[in-house]
Write a protein that binds this ligand. Structure first.
Ligand SMILES: O=C(O)C1=C[C@@H](OP(=O)(O)O)[C@@H](O)[C@H](O)C1
Ligand SMILES: C=C(OP(=O)(O)O)C(=O)O
Length: 455
């Protein structure tokens, strides 16, 4: 499926409406697999020698784009059952030139990591995406990767479509990230796989480390050292990556939506099972606890090398807090839903250092302010901070929210509608399928009267 445009006038758009369910959200549910780990499992499978079996893979549109791209680059990618996939890889340096343009849809992760993959192979490729992805900055990967010998041309401002001529003998990079971005870090490391010698990346703030963990899991030598809030990562180039099974935990960024809904809707007590608890992903849960949320983790265990647990959220009052800028990388995709939670809290919530939100699927800072305003909640932006001052009463709701091709804005608005006084409508629910297919059905299964419906 491809969604090329969305606006109130887009005939294909699928508006959705949410209303407050009687009795709250209850029971035990499981959300889909982690998007970040799913992309990487397919990519490392394509680079490894042998057959990589993946279970729990997220079958969201973003990840399906990566699966299609790995096929186009010569890997054999088979779906064996629900979430159960197998990739027969080509070995590091063995990817082949794709015969056609690679369309990465809505996915920044797919586009940027695949730039890194291709940069180290002597092949030519053209990448594009949907209108949202074509508006997002790619210079952040093009600049460092060009220093390895790859050549890029792109639309003005470093936007997709872009063309890459990968390097026959890529140089190992020594790169300090100018922004905290796991996507840029990963692109540099993926290019480093094909380079002779040591690739070194220094990140000013630690960002999700799924690439480093999976590199080791597939047999590469990776050294990681803490440096202040950040880290230095060193990768030995030209390893033989060997196929290894990957079990994908449930996505904490998806679990955030039902869990926050349960905190906000009276009468709720809901458990989400097997949620990934990598500490570089759990900033939202830390913040919600500081707000007084009743959030309990049980059955903590290791699954496929990642910590997971069952999280139970029970409705109760929340208070405003200050969220430090250093926490942003560990909850970067969760600010829209945190802002919804803050709209139900008493007191002031200040979220600091949200600059990166401006370059996501939409300008999420602006889209979050507009989402709240449409539902009677005033939020202010001061520099890169988002501030809400509230009195603990539910927002009026009743808003019509423009989602700007952004799945997280759509789901955040629908969660607000589950707990606000009046129903909330979103202009287009289709993009939810990029990261959380089955979102409405899952939420409806946990509540009386199926509160999320086509509008
Ligand atoms: O590496 C990843 O899988 C991701 C990194 C983050 O992006 P940035 O690297 O741009 O911060 C995040 O927003 C995105 O959803 C997934
Ligand atoms: C920012 C996100 O994803 P991506 O950058 O992969 O499009 C997201 O899922 O919130």
């Amino acid at each position: 499926m491809s969604h090329s445009a969305t606006s109130p006038h887009d005939a294909a758009a699928q508006p959705l409406r949410s209303t407050r369910p009687a009795g709250g959200l209850t029971g035990r549910i499981r959300v889909a697999g982690d998007k970040s780990i799913s992309h990487r499992a397919l990519m490392f499978g394509a680079l490894a020698v042998g057959r990589t079996e993946i279970t729990g893979l997220l079958e969201g549109e973003d990840v399906l784009r990566t699966a299609a791209a790995m096929r186009a680059l010569g890997a054999t990618v088979d779906r064996l059952g629900e979430g159960h996939w197998q990739v027969a890889g080509r070995g590091v340096g063995g990817l082949v030139e794709p015969a056609d343009v690679l369309d990465m849809g809505n996915s920044g992760t797919a586009a940027r990591l695949i730039c890194g993959l291709i940069a180290g192979h002597p092949i030519f490729a053209v990448l594009t995406g949907d209108a949202s992805l074509r508006s997002r900055p790619m210079k952040r990967v093009m600049d460092p990767l060009a220093a390895s010998g790859a050549r890029f041309t792109s639309r003005a401002g470093g936007r997709l479509p872009l063309a890459i001529e990968g390097a026959a003998e890529p140089l190992p990079l020594d790169y300090r990230l100018p922004v905290a971005s796991a996507q840029v870090k990963s692109a540099v490391l993926l290019a480093g796989l094909c380079a002779r010698g040591t690739t070194r990346v220094e990140e000013p703030e630690a960002s999700r480390d799924h690439t480093e963990n999976m590199l080791r899991h597939f047999g590469a030598t990776v050294r990681v050292e803490a440096r202040g809030h950040g880290r230095v990562i060193e990768l030995e180039g030209q390893p033989e990556l060997v196929a290894a099974p990957v079990h994908v935990p449930a996505d904490p960024s998806s679990a955030a939506f039902p869990l926050v809904a349960a905190l906000l809707v009276p009468g709720s007590s809901l458990t989400v099972e097997g949620v990934g608890l990598n500490p570089l992903r759990t900033g939202l849960f830390t913040t919600l606890r500081e707000m007084g949320a009743n959030l309990v983790v049980t059955n903590e265990r290791l699954e496929g090398g990642e910590p997971v647990g069952d999280i139970t959220a029970t409705h109760g009052p929340l208070r405003g807090v200050e969220v430090p800028a250093e926490r942003a990388p560990s909850m970067i995709d969760e600010y829209p839903i945190l802002a919804v939670a803050a709209a139900f809290a008493s007191g002031t919530t200040r979220m600091r250092g949200l600059k990166e939100l401006r370059v996501k699927e939409s300008d999420r800072l602006a889209a979050t302010v507009a989402l709240l305003a449409a539902n009677g909640v005033v939020a202010e932006v001061e520099g890169d901070d988002l501030i809400l001052q509230r009195n603990g009463r539910p927002p009026a709701g009743g808003g019509h929210v423009t989602t700007h091709m952004d799945h997280r804005i759509a789901m955040s608005a629908l969660v607000l509608g589950l707990a606000a006084e009046q129903a909330v409508t979103v202009d287009d629910g289709r993009f939810i399928d990029t990261s959380f297919p089955g979102f409405a059905a899952l939420m409806n299964g946990a509540a009386a009267g199926s509160p999320i419906q086509p509008a």
